[in-house]
Design a binder for this molecule. Structure first.
Ligand code: TYD
Length: 138
């Protein structure tokens, strides 16, 4: 399990963005990501629809907003931190953090690079259970 300080070491890592009259091209390198990527998935999130509402026990994630804008709140049992992300602003999320996010300016598409394969047992989906787990583990 990661230490408390590691848990809150969320970084916004910027992508290179090339904009021209045809549209946009974004680039990041795998070197920017601190973990070995085992899974890539994407989320299309309709405007104003809240998603997330869970924590992961082991999983590290790297969020890349491809289109739209999201507001994401990360929290532990004590405090929380809010980020607004648009294309070019990627967020590294470590395990042990409750997350809620919403597409806040139209629909959004998010690419997620993950350190582990999908495993439902890695999720905590109930906030009270998360607080109990948080108090036990950290
Ligand atoms: P979930 O992680 O709860 O999405 P969000 O945090 O955006 O609300 O996943 C939504 C559903 O998709 C849930 O039933 C689990 C399933 N799922 C997979 O089958 N594979 C995956 O890689 C992921 C991330 C989710």
């Amino acid at each position: 399990m990661d230490s408390l300080s590691t848990r809150w070491r969320h970084n916004i890592l910027e992508s290179k963005i090339v904009l021209d009259e045809r549209g946009l091209l974004g680039e990041f390198t795998l070197q920017q990501i601190e973990f070995k990527v085992k899974r890539i998935y994407w989320v299309y999130s309709k405007s104003s629809q809240k998603r997330g509402f869970h924590a992961h026990k082991e999983l590290h994630q790297f969020l890349v907003v491809l289109e739209g804008r999201i507001r994401i709140v990360l929290s532990d049992a004590q405090c929380c931190q809010e980020f607004q992300l648009a294309p070019g602003e990627n967020l590294l999320i470590h395990p042990g953090v409750w997350r809620e996010f919403v597409a806040c300016d139209g629909d959004a598409t998010i690419l997620v690079l993950a350190s582990e394969e999908y495993r439902e047992s890695d999720y905590i989906r109930d906030y009270d259970e998360f607080v109990r787990w948080d108090n036990e583990v950290f």
